[in-house]
Design a protein around this ligand. Structure first.
Ligand SMILES: *[C@@H]1O[C@H](CO)[C@@H](O)[C@H](O)[C@H]1NC(C)=O
Ligand SMILES: *[C@@H]1O[C@H](CO)[C@@H](O)[C@H](O)[C@H]1NC(C)=O
Length: 468
């Protein structure tokens, strides 16, 4: 069986060959994962530098039954929780331990087959994050192998220079009045591949993204008490959001959204006494790190330039390893060898969760409440070609196509910082920090239609508790 490192190295080489697509090719759904699993676990003697490429002797064999919506039970009827990570793998929390593994697959992009009844070697650790082991999971009932059936843009087309489509921009601006589009000359320095990367990479886009969970009467009642307009950039004159950054040409949006989330949470927790800018590079270069055998400073929980998820970075990685300052490891948007100074201070999170407790429990109401009570939230949503040309207003997908560039929908990660209602039209919106520079959109921000799950915006919000 290919170890995760071997897989990582392959992905890295694939990135260097500029074929990089987001995430892993695994495509495992809720019903594939739900059921009874056996976890084969090694001795609990490691720390957070543990390397699970090879499993080592199995010391514990655990049976976990994962049921709807997010309950886990072991053979002694102890209860815990679980969540899917999109279509990539799953996390189980029970008996004071947390287990995460990516779903197994063979092959590479374009011709991969997922075996959703198996995992790659994963990581298990206790609540204190000091007591680590490795494990592999096998489901007791088989799941039929699933070929990845994405149609991807041809490789030669990906290397073409990106062009603004002035005709599409004109169409957007004449067909509706909610938002305006414009040409961004600075985008033309990128190839089509790089523009797709900026939107998160086409990797593991779900063919049918989840719908929001229905709001409970209790959730609705709580939301009715919230203000009509809210913005973390101006709470009685205080700004709790750090400056907009530019991720450049690579698929590191998930790292930028993660850093932005923890940065805001630290500002809120310290009432702006601290204003950190954390380094997305640490995560971005994870595969390089494995090559350099420096697992401490790097995350095996993401696929570097090939993408990843804020849940794994602002959540699990920030809890396991902590984040370092930008000055400690400057972001380059390149596959540079990493050089995090081991003496740099680290900032941790004590808790992280998909809103509602698991992937699938999100909705507008729960996002509004968490946003006001806890702070900005990291959100994943779908980017279409019209979005790149957003200038201002309240975005919704118009269905217009860029004629020059074979653009596919991608899965992007951003930070939602506020919400409101447009006074003249009554249209509800979210206010969102992007990572495409401050010369894009509304000073680096955009607004997007709220309450209708526009571009799956209300299905995957992440909350963390940062430790200042
Ligand atoms: C880790 O926790 C287990 C109990 O789950 C305990 O038996 C073991 O001694 C701990 N290991 C270390 C290194 O603390
Ligand atoms: C898990 O299942 C796979 C495939 O059926 C098998 O090759 C592997 O040996 C199993 N792992 C363990 C630890 O039993």
């Amino acid at each position: 069986m290919a170890s995760f490192t071997q897989r990582g190295v392959v992905l890295l080489l694939v990135c260097w060959a500029a074929l990089c697509a987001g995430d892993t090719p695994a495509n495992c759904m809720y019903e594939d994962i739900r059921g009874t699993w056996t976890f084969y676990e090694t001795e609990r003697s490691g720390d957070n530098t543990i390397n699970c490429d090879t499993l080592g002797p199995i010391v514990h064999t655990k049976t976990f039954t994962l049921s709807f919506p997010n309950t886990v039970m072991d053979e002694l009827n102890n209860e815990g929780t679980w969540t899917l990570l999109y279509n990539q793998g799953f996390e189980v929390t029970i008996n004071e331990r947390s287990y995460f593994a990516f779903s197994y697959y063979e092959g590479s992009w374009g011709n991969a087959v997922s075996s959703c009844d198996r995992t790659f070697n994963g990581w298990s650790r206790d609540k204190t994050v000091r007591n680590w082991s490795c494990f592999v999971g096998n489901k007791t009932t088989p799941v039929a192998p699933r070929p990845t059936s994405r149609v991807t843009v041809g490789e030669s087309q990906l290397q073409h220079q990106y062009h603004n489509d002035h005709n599409m921009i004109h169409n957007i601006n004449t067909m509706q009045t909610s938002w305006t589009a414009k040409a961004y000359p600075q985008h033309e320095k990128y190839t089509v591949q790089e523009m797709l990367n900026r939107g998160g990479g086409v990797g593991s886009m779900l063919t049918s993204p989840p719908t929001p969970a229905p709001a409970t009467p209790e959730q609705k009642a709580r939301v009715s008490l919230l203000p009509d307009n809210f913005d973390w950039r101006d709470i009685s004159g205080q700004n709790y959001v750090t400056p907009v950054r530019d991720q450049g040409s690579c698929g590191s949006c998930f790292a930028f959204a993660s850093m932005a989330l923890v940065e805001s949470r630290i500002k809120i927790a310290t009432q702006n006494q601290r204003s950190d800018v954390f380094s997305p590079q640490v995560i971005f270069l994870c595969e390089t790190f494995i090559l350099l055998k420096d697992v401490v400073s790097c995350s095996v929980l993401a696929q570097g330039c090939a993408g990843g998820f804020a849940y794994m970075i602002a959540g699990r990685y920030a809890q396991d390893q902590g984040l370092v300052a930008e000055s400690c490891n400057t972001y380059t948007a390149l596959d540079d060898p990493c050089n995090t100074d081991a003496s740099c201070g680290r900032t941790y999170v004590s808790d992280y969760e998909y809103l509602g407790g698991y992937y699938g429990a999100c909705n507008e109401e729960i996002m509004l409440q968490a946003l006001v009570e806890n702070g900005p939230l990291s959100v994943g949503y779908m980017v279409f070609d019209d979005f790149s040309n957003y200038e201002g207003g309240i975005y919704h997908h118009t269905g217009t196509k860029n004629e020059f560039n074979p653009f596919e929908a991608t899965s992007h990660a951003v930070l939602v910082v506020g919400y409101g209602v447009e006074p003249t039209t009554g249209e509800k919106f979210w206010t969102v920090k992007n990572s495409w520079g401050s010369d894009w959109g509304e000073d680096g921000y955009f607004r997007i239609r709220r309450g209708t799950n526009e571009c799956a915006f209300e299905t995957m919000a992440l909350d963390v508790t940062a430790i200042p």
